[in-house]
Write a protein that binds this ligand. Sequence first.
Ligand SMILES: [Zn+2]
Length: 304
Amino acid sequence: MSWFKRPTPNIDSGSESNLDPNFDSDSLTDADNDPDAARAGNQVRTEGLWTKCPGCRTILFKAELEANLNVCPKCAHHFKINALQRIDLLLDPGYTLVDGNLRSTDPLNFTDIKPYKSRLAAAQKQTGLNDAILTALGSIGHHKVVLSSMEYAFIGGSMGAVVGETIARAIDRSLASKQPLIIVSASGGARMMEGVVSLMQLAKIASGLAQLDEKKIPYICLLTDPTTGGITASFAMLGDLNIAEPGALIGFAGPRVIEQTIRQKLPEGFQRSEFLLEHGFLDAIVPRAELKQYLIRALDFMQP
Ligand SMILES: [Zn+2]
């Protein structure tokens, strides 16, 4: 998209009949199609440099936004960040990524409007990951932790067998090393293309988390925008501490489905972190810039 584009045709300097019959008249009206015009500086290309904040509609310079941890400097809207950026944000440098080699086998050979296999291939190409999660072993301050971070850009951060197995392995690592487990959730729910296999992951993860609880190993949930469906209904809310970023969408069913079911208008801010904190579903809302220090303090408290 170019922002500065001539909306009207160039000034007509003569009648059509004076033009060369082979001349492409489109190039007069659409500078986009005319590379010579672009080179000559008739338009300014700004693609990719600016972004609009959905919170306050301010046009933000992307480099400035990234320097501010992808939080709007005007209204503190928290933009989505990817799984690797999240790990970089929370862990000290020198962490190790593990269990990233698992891939879905498409157990149902599923096809909706397009085959699940081609969705997987596209998501793998787009994100550079094998599935919607990354696990890292590393340090957060003076605490050694196991950290799993979900990737929303990979089929909506949905949980199939691979995400389930990766989290189960993270729990095993946490059990074996007695290091606290932190899971950062960003997900639309269970992955419907894997049917019941995706739902079975919930039981597997929940039973693993129960073992962590028995061994008194801390488990912290960080809920980010959005955390919905089966993820909220299971491991994202099972932490010893459940914290969220400001303004994150957190819920089970979407607001439209709930309104249609209960036939009532939902209150303002329904399913946002602030509403959930007020109603006792969260322990704290922590701005992105303070997350790391907050987690260190929480772990100090849990593991004196
Ligand atoms: Zn803003």
